[in-house]
Design a protein around this ligand. Structure first.
Ligand code: 13P
Length: 247
């Protein structure tokens, strides 16, 4: 049985005050949900306060990024240990905005995934093709490479989560159809089977991300290989995120 994970990636949105009032409302709205992991990923400045507000609730805390080194001269960066100290459980790594806006490549992302796992954080490794790559018939190749390079040299995958986020569906309102998403999730599971083995692959939760909303969640989550979602825009509002959580 794979865990169902409903995660909200707030990106660079919300002050501490806004974050606290959002999670206060969310806690009440989802307090009876016990069969899935619920996760919010606020900006770094709000992590600590949101973590304190979430104590004792059924909502977990995630970060949006981290550095792979333990400490040192890395101005502006945050380490896994610093995240653990404030109660962070998950960390999003290799998000398409990190890859495309901040030029993170698979080898850097691989180091981050290794550090996250060895530090006891649960990495959510994001993969996904651009529209141009899809239209040029390169989707399979791009996603497979992001997985094999991003996961190179990793043996302990106990806490690993994968998110498929087609770049053309992020923030565009254009969701992959459930069958388009399922097709790539099946491919991802096949690649994970080749990297590790089929039994391990069957146990890894694969989330879908890209314009997920209360109106399209049911169809997406009903697919065999979609084990949850990573939500951007619709996770900023407690009501709409709670509707997705309750799907
Ligand atoms: P949207 O849900 O806003 O398309 O963002 C998806 C995403 O990037 C989540 O990580």
């Amino acid at each position: 049985m794979r865990s169902i994970i409903i995660a909200g990636n707030w990106k660079m949105n919300k002050t501490i005050g806004e974050s606290i009032s959002m999670v206060k409302e969310l806690k009440t709205l989802v307090r009876d949900i016990g069969d899935r992991a619920i996760l919010v990923c606020p900006p770094a400045t709000a992590l600590s306060s949101v973590g304190a507000e979430l104590k004792g609730s059924n909502i977990s805390l995630g970060a949006q990024n981290m550095h792979f080194e333990e400490n040192g001269a890395f101005t502006g960066e945050i380490s896994a240990g610093m995240l653990k100290e404030i109660g962070v459980e998950y960390v999003i790594l290799g998000h398409s905005e990190r890859r495309h806006v901040f030029e993170e490549d698979d080898s850097l992302i691989n180091k981050k995934v290794k550090t996250a796992i060895s530090s006891g954080l649960k990495p959510i490794l994001c993969v996904g093709e651009t529209l141009e790559e899809r239209e040029n018939g390169r989707m399979e190749d791009v996603v497979s490479t992001q997985l094999s390079d991003g996961l190179g040299g990793i043996e302990d995958i106990k806490n690993l989560v994968i998110a498929y986020e087609p770049v053309w569906a992020i923030g565009t309102g254009k969701t992959a159809t459930p069958s388009q998403a399922e097709e790539v999730h099946v491919l991802i599971r096949k690649v994970l089977g080749a990297i590790f083995d089929d039994e391990i692959s069957e146990g890894i939760s694969i989330l879908y991300g890209g314009s997920v909303k209360p109106g399209n969640i049911k169809e997406l989550i009903s697919q065999d290989n979609i084990d949850g979602v990573l939500v951007g825009g619709a996770s900023l509002d407690a009501k709409s995120f709670s509707e997705i959580v309750k799907c």
